[in-house]
Ligand binder design. Structure first.
Ligand code: AMP
Ligand code: MG
Length: 389
């Protein structure tokens, strides 16, 4: 149970029912005069005022009216609010036109007392938080955050800031993947870099086992003699699946280490990114209590060029999508499609999905794209600039 102002991004663990009707009382939706509909047309004495937060406390007698503001409680005896623009006021009396609208929000119009306001399994975003606040709720039951550990593996890896020795490279997957998780509302724990060595890897997995609900590793998932992740899982846990027919990302592993779920991503940065996004994140959502399990929405785009592919595996090519003046999508594949190329990933804003059996698409044909997290401001900027030109 946490404070509502701390709950952004958390997943609701129980249904939240409206403690009272919303709105609780009849409220004016216009500035004007509250009256009984039967009295409209004549000249009515203005007997008082109802302002937001300062109700008119008497009952309105027949033939009377009160000045009323938007958000003020409609006094008993009134059943409509006539907007100020349709009122002729002089010397304490007012002539009110007949208006077909009542300009009142009725009690319970939005939500009846006891109705479900926000359902269990909902991720709390701006809209849900606004509604819960409007209901006066200040604490909500949420699922615990998943503790997701990120472990890089490879003898060649050095952290940015360290000195490179011959044959070493800078380690980029932990930050790439942690930031991707962060863009999707998850938090990651840094488990460091393990060498391609059984003892080092085992020690790292033991630390991960103690600290995390889910372990995500990168590298060492393939068939080389130094690819030890799979072996460690066979010895100390189990493998649920290994290798997927997708490109990038073939040597993906799902299994467990002494009962802890482990996702073994390939080491190549683009493969690791695509596997985390497409294969692991839906599982993380489920593990976080989301219901129903979301999958990635696809948009349909027009291929801006012919895109070729070998049949066999599903392709997730890095694409650059933009909007046409009519708001439809157009996409081209970025030049660098290497699964090692972060530059290609940076040039892209979406993945172009091509089915396993496909041998590509002709220019002008429709193709499915998956926008990458963090790219929507870019999409919006493109859309508005094409609207202006
Ligand atoms: P692996 O899956 O371990 O065979 O690694 C495949 C390729 O990805 C190799 O070129 C590795 O050097 C590279 N690689 C593996 N892990 C990382 C990492 N954390 N950061 C950057 N490159 C990596
Ligand atoms: Mg390796």
């Amino acid at each position: 149970r946490i404070r509502l102002n701390q709950a952004a991004g958390r997943v609701l663990a129980e249904n939240i029912h409206a403690p009272t009707a919303l709105p609780r009382t009849a409220l004016a939706t216009m500035d004007g005069f509250a009256a009984a509909r039967a009295d409209l047309g004549g000249q009515l004495p203005i007997v008082g005022s109802a302002m937001a937060g300062q109700p008119y406390t008497d009952k309105l007698a027949s033939g009377q009216t009160v000045r009323i503001a938007t958000g003020a409680v409609v006094p008993e005896g009134a059943d409509c609010v006539i907007p100020i623009e349709q009122a002729q006021e002089q010397q304490g009396r007012v002539g009110l036109a007949t208006d077909t609208a009542d300009n009142i929000r009725q009690p319970g119009e939005e939500l009846a007392a006891g109705a479900v306001a926000v359902a269990a399994g909902t991720a709390l975003g701006s809209r849900q938080l606004g509604l819960l606040a409007a209901l006066g709720i200040d604490r909500v039951p949420v699922y615990p955050r998943l503790r997701i550990g990120l472990l890089a593996t490879g003898d060649e890896l050095r952290s940015p800031g360290q000195t490179l020795v011959p044959g070493s490279i800078y380690e980029s997957n932990r930050l790439l993947l942690a930031a991707l998780l962060c863009e999707l509302g998850f938090a990651a724990l840094d488990l460091g870099i393990a060498a391609d060595d059984r003892h080092d890897l085992e020690a790292a997995l033991e630390r991960a086992h103690a600290q995390c609900d889910v372990i995500v590793t990168s590298g060492g998932a393939s068939v080389g003699s130094r690819d030890l992740i799979r072996q460690m899982l066979i010895e100390r846990g189990s493998i649920r699946m290994w290798k997927v027919a997708m490109k990038p990302g073939r040597p993906f592993i799902a299994g467990n280490y002494r009962g802890r779920p482990v996702y073994g991503l390939p080491g190549n940065p683009v493969s690791a990114y695509a596997c985390l996004l497409l294969l692991v994140v839906p599982a993380l959502w489920k593990g976080s209590g989301h219901d129903p399990i979301p999958t990635w929405p696809r948009l349909s785009a027009q291929a801006g060029q012919t895109i070729i592919k070998k049949p066999g595996r599903a392709d997730y090519q890095r694409g650059l999508a933009s909007t046409n003046p009519d708001g439809s999508w157009q996409v081209v594949a970025v030049a660098d499609q290497s699964s090692a190329s972060l530059t290609g990933l940076v040039a892209a804003n979406c993945l172009i999905e091509l089915a396993p059996e496909s041998d590509g698409v002709e220019a002008g044909a429709p193709v499915a794209i998956i926008p990458l997290p963090g790219t929507f401001p870019y999409f919006l900027a493109k859309a508005s600039s094409s609207a202006l030109s």
